[in-house]
Design a binder for this molecule. Structure first.
Ligand SMILES: Cc1cc2nc3c(=O)[nH]c(=O)nc-3n(C[C@H](O)[C@H](O)[C@H](O)COP(=O)(O)O)c2cc1C
Length: 387
């Protein structure tokens, strides 16, 4: 591919260069994938108001996320198995985020460990926690994140039980992959991926293997989730983790007005309106549709971030205009990583930043903080279609 101009170009390259098992793992939703599809198709329904004859010089997309300066209101979302999309993927993505001046969030289910990412970066990154039944493991993981200098904890609330993704079962997803004949035949066409993987030792769940006791088969994400994730997670357990952590806390996976009020009253530093990229409750509304309702329920005082469905700077602008203070991207950066490694993540961030900047200008805005409903045209009934 000669010239890369958009996230879709990176997605095509990602598909071509990455074993099917891992590309499918990223590019899928749960069950019928309705929510996964609507996360992006609902963004398309929202239109922008063009404004002319407005001085567009001196634009800025810089802002803060929980007190941290960022060049644009976009952070990298936690993505499990990032180091299977490309060798040492978490380190590469974290470095690209650092260069771009945006936060990187490391998943509990990463391939590179907390310590490994810390050793290869200088900016403090954020750590995402999945709450496990084994409290000792949870506490030890929090200590490791603190010791590594992680500056915020992203606590994911919407995946204590796994929504089924059909493709992962059909592909027999494991990390590292089991070398069956179909897998080997697929990999034969993805030689660059294989060469890089042979040169790294990071091929297992780096935060789990060697840290969690009595782990049966840590290579299978679905069996590990079923065995280890704590289905009893509730607000009292969240409070225990908050006290144990003692630092900045972001609650991820809020999609309902009542839960949003609880998260606000709980006193978290921010929440992420998210349906996990359509990977959990199939049939839930898209995150962009729920966002304005949640902003209204919570009021103006609390930082609200949003993810699920963002593929462009235009999408970022729409989320900000509907009440988000900032956004997270998952697949958009994973496509960059799978396509071109660290350079691809840099490319993805650069594409989104430029799209946001130009779109702001064409909407007659100079500052991301000034974006609002006045920049949008919504289909009649968009907000009230589902009650
Ligand atoms: C392949 C993949 C793996 C993910 N793994 C995690 C994870 O380990 N922890 C987590 O909190 N969210 C995880 N997510 C959800 C993302 O953090 C984020 O909510 C989602 O990707 C946003 O949607 P988008 O991909 O449409 O941007 C994952 C998403 C994808 C696509």
């Amino acid at each position: 591919m000669a010239v890369i101009t958009c996230i879709d170009d990176l997605k095509r390259l990602h598909k071509r260069r990455t074993p099917k098992m891992f590309y499918d793992y990223a590019e899928s939703g749960s069950y019928t994938e309705q929510t996964f599809r609507e996360n992006t198709s609902d963004f398309e329904k929202i239109r922008l108001r063009q404004k002319v004859a407005v001085d567009m010089e001196g634009r800025s997309s810089a802002t803060k996320m929980i007190g941290r300066d960022v060049t644009m209101p976009v952070a990298l979302a936690p993505v499990g198995l990032t180091g299977m999309q490309r060798a040492d993927g978490e380190i590469k993505a974290a470095r690209a985020a650092e260069k771009a001046g945006v936060p990187f969030t490391l998943s509990t289910m990463s391939i590179c460990s907390i310590e490994d990412v810390a050793a290869h970066t200088t900016d403090p990154f954020w750590f995402q926690l999945y709450v496990m039944k084994d409290e000792e493991f949870v506490d030890a993981t929090l200590e490791r994140a603190k010791k590594a200098g992680c500056s915020a904890l992203v606590l994911t609330l919407d995946l204590q039980i796994l929504g089924q993704r059909h493709k992962d079962l059909k592909n027999g997803l494991t990390a590292p992959p089991k070398l069956t004949l179909p897998v080997l035949m697929d990999m034969a066409t993805k030689w660059q991926w294989g060469m890089e993987m042979l040169q790294t030792k990071r091929r297992f769940f780096g935060n789990i293997v060697g840290h969690a006791k009595g782990v049966g088969d840590a290579s299978s994400l679905s069996s590990w989730t079923a065995e280890q994730f704590d289905p009893k997670l509730d607000w009292s357990k969240i409070a225990r983790i908050r006290d144990q952590w003692g630092g900045k806390l972001i609650l991820k996976g809020i999609l309902d007005e009542d839960d949003a009020r609880l998260a606000r009253d709980f006193g978290a530093d921010a929440m992420i309106v998210s349906n996990h990229g359509g990977r959990q409750l199939d049939g839930a509304l898209s995150a962009i549709r729920m966002l304005p309702r949640i902003r209204e329920a919570v009021g103006p005082g609390m930082e609200i971030f949003m993810d699920s469905g963002i593929r462009s700077g235009q999408d970022v602008l729409k989320a900000l205009a509907l009440g988000a203070d900032a956004t997270f991207i998952g697949r958009a950066f994973i496509h960059g990583l799978g396509a071109l490694g660290e350079e691809g993540v840099t490319k993805a961030l650069d594409i989104i930043h430029k799209e946001l900047d130009i779109t702001m200008a064409l909407c007659g805005e100079k500052d991301v903080h000034d974006l609002g409903r006045h920049n949008l045209l919504l289909p009649r009934g968009f907000m009230e279609e589902y009650i």
